[in-house]
Design a protein around this ligand. Structure first.
Ligand code: MRU
Length: 353
C-alpha cells in the first residue's frame, strides 16, 4: 500500500536499521529496503535507491552511524581511523550533491568533539543523524512557506514548472521545489504542476508525477524538449527547481537540463527560482566552474528496460548535472528566506557544520 505523500519519508530510522523507499522501483512498486550496514548504505546511494541532494545527506549521516556501530574497538584513536574509512567509502558514492559531504563532515566533527568512550561517541552519532533528518524536514517546510512570498502575485492560481524530483522523496520529506508547490497548493495558489520527464532517469515522470498524484495535485508531464513551446503558449507562470550544489556566487548545479530550462524561462520573461537548504551552498567554491559533475553510465541513455535505442557504433556522453549561472536565477529560496544569488554570502557563518 502506498502512503499519502504528506507522509512520504524516504529515509527512516526504524528497529535499529534504516528504512529506505526504493526510488528505482517507483511508480510501479512501492518497496522498502532495510539497511543494516554502512556498505549497503553506500551501495543504496550509488545505485540511487535513495537520491536527491538532501536525502542522500540524511542517508549518509545514518551510514556514518551504521559504520561507527560496526567498529569493534574501545580505543578512541583506532575508532577514528576506522570511522575515516567509512566516511571515505560514503563520500565516494556520488560527487555532485554537496549535502553528502556536508552531512559526513558534520558527523565527523561531532565524533571528534565528543569526550568520553567509543560507546558514548556512537550514541551521539545516532542522535546527530536523527537530528539531521528532523532538521531537514523542518527546513523543507520553511522553504515551502518562504517560496510563497516570492511567487508571482498574478494570476491567483499559478502553473509551476519543475525539473527532476525535488520533492519529499529527494529530502527528509515535503521537498524543496515541491515544498514550494505543496505550500502553494495548500494556500490555494496553485493551478497545476508541469513536470519535465527528466531524461535519462526520468525522475520527473516517475517520482514528481507520483508525489503529485498521491496528493491530488494536478500534474502534467511533458518531455524535456517541450518547455519552450509550453512557455511560448503562456502555460507557465514560474519555474521552481531544486539544487545539488550552489556556489558562493549563486551558480547552481542541478539535474541535467536545468540550465536549458533557465535559458528558455529567461527568453520568455518567466521567473526562475531555485529552492534549497543552506546546506546545499558550498561556500568553498567561489563560482560554479569547479562544481564536480557526475558522469553516469552510458546505458542510462541507450537502454530503456530491455530495449536498446541506438545503433551499435554510436558513442555517448552522460553528465548527470549542469550548472545554471546565477544571473538566470531570480531568487534562491532557503529556510531563512528568499534571496538574490548575490546575497547568499551573508549566510556563510550560519551554515551549521
Ligand atoms: O540524480 P538525482 O536524482 O539524485 O538528482 C536530483 C536532483 O538533481 C534534484 O533536483 C536535486 O537533488 C534537488 S533535491 C531536493
Amino acid at each position: 500500500m502506498t502512503p499519502s505523500t504528506n507522509q512520504v519519508y524516504p529515509v527512516i530510522w526504524h528497529n535499529d536499521s534504516v528504512s529506505l523507499i526504493d526510488q528505482t522501483r517507483l511508480p510501479n512498486e512501492y518497496a522498502i529496503v532495510e539497511i543494516h550496514r554502512s556498505e549497503d548504505m553506500a551501495r543504496a546511494i550509488k545505485t540511487m535507491i535513495v537520491r536527491g541532494a538532501p536525502a542522500i545527506g540524511v542517508a549518509a549521516a545514518y551510514g556514518m552511524y551504521l559504520g561507527a556501530r560496526e567498529i569493534q574497538t574501545c580505543d578512541r584513536s583506532q575508532f577514528f581511523d576506522s570511522l575515516e574509512k567509512v566516511a571515505q567509502m560514503l563520500a565516494a558514492t556520488r560527487p555532485t550533491a554537496v549535502n553528502l559531504f556536508w552531512a559526513i563532515s558534520r558527523m565527523k566533527k561531532t565524533a571528534s568533539r565528543t569526550l568520553g568512550s567509543v560507546e558514548d561517541i556512537k550514541k551521539i552519532l545516532l542522535e546527530t543523524a536523527q537530528a539531521i533528518n528532523a532538521e531537514d524536514l523542518q527546513t523543507c517546510q520553511a522553504i515551502g512557506d518562504n517560496g510563497l512570498k516570492v511567487l508571482p502575485a498574478t494570476p491567483e492560481k499559478l502553473t509551476i514548472h519543475t525539473h527532476c524530483n525535488a520533492g519529499a522523496l529527494a529530502t527528509a520529506g515535503y521537498g524543496t521545489a515541491l515544498g514550494v508547490v505543496r505550500s502553494a497548493w495548500r494556500e490555494g495558489r496553485l493551478e497545476r504542476v508541469f513536470a519535465d520527464e527528466t531524461r535519462p532517469r526520468l525522475q520527473g515522470a516517475k517520482l514528481t508525477a507520483w508525489e503529485c498524484v498521491q496528493e491530488g495535485i494536478p500534474v502534467t508531464v511533458i518531455t524535456d524538449n517541450m518547455a519552450a513551446h509550453c512557455m511560448k503558449q503562456g502555460l507557465i507562470h514560474a519555474v521552481v527547481v531544486g539544487a545539488d550544489r550552489i556556489a558562493a556566487n549563486g551558480d547552481t548545479a542541478n539535474k541535467i537540463g536545468t540550465y536549458s530550462l533557465a535559458l528558455v524561462a529567461k527568453a520568455h520573461h518567466i521567473p526562475f527560482f531555485v529552492a534549497a537548504p543552506l546546506s546545499t551552498v558550498d561556500f568553498e567554491l567561489p563560482d560554479g566552474s569547479e562544481i564536480p559533475i557526475e558522469e553516469r553510465d552510458a546505458s542510462e541513455i541507450y537502454q530503456v528496460g530491455e530495449t536498446i535505442l541506438t545503433p551499435i557504433g554510436a558513442e555517448f556522453y552522460n553528465p548527470a548535472f549542469d550548472v545554471t549561472p546565477a544571473e538566470l536565477i531570480r531568487a534562491i529560496i532557503t529556510e531563512h528566506g528568499a534571496f538574490a544569488p548575490g546575497e547568499l554570502q551573508k549566510f556563510k557563518e550560519k551554515q551549521m557544520v
